[in-house]
Unconditional design. Structure first.
Length: 585
């Protein structure tokens, strides 16, 4: 084996890992995150969790990705530790599907059918079809299918390149002699764990072992402990992902580690104990890719069968390892781990933005209630809520910027744009709640009050503001375009009401029915309410424009404001009638 063979081996490994990553990304995008999203809805039934974990991992082709995702769910409080255990076990079984795909490279036979079953023969056709779908199709799903086909072709090309590169090692006595040291179960487990820890993928390390099997130097005595060690090595990814996480997330990562360590120790002892008495005849037989896939699958199924009934004991062991030392009830924001699964990250951002919108809505209502009866506790809560809204915007904004740089589907890309456009308006609504609070506080401290006429008029505007806020938040939460279309007519009515109230105040001031000091408070209140309705309009227009795939907001507003007929005019007249002011007597 010369230096060029080494280059070919490294290049084959690079193609293999890139192909596996491309294949997994394509499968994940094609699913639209549906498989991962169901993880959030899993019940406390451990067996159902196992089935779901196996299914998700088989689809996205990575037990590490599934486990890291679960650690993120546990860290965010979406999932309980006990629910995560079954999914983690299932992920170990689901990842074995990759080794079976790779085992196709070992198919032998001269018949046309057998030759067609060999990936190296049909994968070039996959690559050709894949590149056509990517280059000439506009449909996002077809492009994703193209990515899957190309990823598979690159994966199998890398596998074949590695096999060809190591083939000369079959004639090197030193290589065969070196491999015999891995017949020692301890060395074999350590080698498998180290290799997988370095490349952070048990599927990839099993693939490398399958490529080496083409030399004819890999026997069952070598492959069995290495495969078991590879399952331990894959835990490194989850352990790294839980650094800085909450205690339950760390426990989920340790459950993954203990599952594989206990499974390895138990079945190694069982296998070699039986072998000591029976002397398995196959132990020194040469294995190929298919036999390695059998070992990989059998070990994970046996480990799951052994430990699935002891899920609670695994949970207790993890809790003993990571003990309760501090209160973990602090607010949880979006976990960085979700960035590796953009569909999940987008959904979590939407969920957080909805909470932010609801908080902004409730904060405004609380501030308006202070005009009827000022309460210092409510005032303090309003300040705390506004600070929380600011935190939402800071964290959501930063996270969405990171997320926007990921490989998003068209649907998720639109959702990220919608959230980025709207969270600033919700934050400003929170600021106006503080301004309204200050106006109410000023009235309380100075012991000044609205006249009966002014109070009656302000209550009408407040009713309109309450409806426009409720409509906007509901439209935003449900991404409801039809409901969003009802916001702008009401916003126009609120602007008109505000102008009328200011005019009437001037008349009362001239008649000596109101004071200048009270006028300043009324003016501040109306200005803030106008700004709130303006932000509601911005949010509603954004919802509509995202659906229309256009961001010409000012042009859109100009067009609908210029209408004097149709639905807009009907809605406007309806709101004008609903929130008409009493005659100014």
């Amino acid at each position: 084996m010369d230096i060029f063979s080494v280059f070919s081996l490294l290049g084959g490994l690079a193609f293999f890992l890139f192909g596996m990553n491309t294949l997994g990304d394509g499968l994940e995008k094609l699913s639209g995150g549906k498989f991962e999203k169901t993880l959030e809805k899993i019940t406390s039934n451990t067996f159902k969790g196992f089935i779901l974990g196996a299914a998700v991992t088989a689809v996205i082709q990575s037990s590490s990705a599934t486990t890291v995702m679960v650690v993120g769910f546990v860290n965010s409080g979406i999932m309980k530790l006990r629910q995560a255990i079954g999914i983690i076990m299932g992920a170990n079984v689901g990842t074995t599907i990759t080794s079976w795909i790779l085992s196709l490279s070992g198919i032998e036979g001269d018949s046309l059918i057998m030759q067609l079953l060999k990936p190296i023969n049909f994968s070039p056709l996959f690559a050709f079809v894949g590149i056509i779908l990517i280059m000439f199709c506009k449909n996002g799903k077809k492009k994703d299918i193209g990515g899957i086909l190309i990823g598979f072709a690159i994966l199998m090309f890398g596998m074949d390149l590695m096999s060809d590169a190591v083939a000369p090692l079959a004639d090197v006595p030193e290589f065969t002699s070196f491999l015999t040291m891995f017949e020692n179960p301890v060395f074999g487990v350590l080698a498998g764990a180290l290799l997988t820890a370095v490349i952070q993928s048990s599927s990839a390390s099993v693939g490398i072992l399958q490529a080496l099997s083409s030399t004819g130097a890999i026997t069952y005595s070598i492959a069995i402990p290495i495969v078991m060690g590879q399952n331990i090595g894959t835990c490194v990814t989850a352990l790294l992902s839980c650094v800085g996480a909450k205690k339950n997330a760390k426990r989920a990562a340790f459950v993954h580690l203990y599952f594989n360590i206990i499974g390895t120790l138990v079945w190694l002892v069982v296998f070699y104990t039986i072998n000591a008495f029976i002397n398995f005849s196959f132990i020194n037989d040469v294995v190929g890719p298919a036999e390695i896939a059998v070992i990989h699958t059998a070990f994970n199924i046996l480990s799951t069968t052994l430990l699935l009934p002891f899920a609670r004991q695994l949970e207790k062991l993890a809790c003993l390892t990571v003990r309760d030392k501090q209160d973990d009830d602090e607010t949880v924001f979006i976990d960085e781990r979700f960035l590796n699964t953009p569909a999940i990250a987008t959904e979590q951002c939407t969920s957080m933005a909805v909470k932010m919108a609801d908080r902004a809505y409730r904060t405004i209502l609380e501030s308006l209630s202070l005009f009827n009866e000022y309460d210092e506790k409510i005032a303090e809560h309003i300040v705390e809520s506004e600070e929380k809204i600011d935190q939402y915007e800071d964290i959501l904004g930063s996270y969405l910027v990171k997320l926007s740089s990921k490989n998003l589907t068209l649907k998720d890309s639109k959702e990220v744009s919608r959230l980025l456009h709207c969270i600033g308006d919700f934050e400003r609504i929170g600021d106006h709640a503080i301004n309204i609070l200050n106006s109410a506080k000023e009235m309380h401290e100075k012991k000044i009050h609205f006249s009966e006429k002014a109070k009656q008029e302000v209550e009408i505007v407040i009713s309109a503001i309450t409806e426009v806020l409720e409509t906007t938040v509901t439209a935003f939460s449900n991404n409801d375009v039809k409901l969003a279309e009802t916001v702008e007519p009401l916003e126009q009515v609120i602007d008109k009401l505000s102008d009328k109230l200011k005019t009437r105040h001037i008349q009362r001031l001239q008649n000596g029915e109101c004071t200048i000091e009270m006028g300043f408070v009324l003016s501040d209140l109306l200005n803030n309410l106008e700004r709130v309705s303006d932000h509601c309009s911005n949010i509603a227009v954004c919802i509509i424009q995202i659906k229309m795939e256009s961001f010409e907001t000012h042009e859109y507003l100009h067009e609908i404001k210029a209408e004097d007929a149709g639905k807009f005019a009907e809605r406007y007249d309806s709101y004008l009638d609903k929130y008409h002011l009493p005659k100014n007597v």
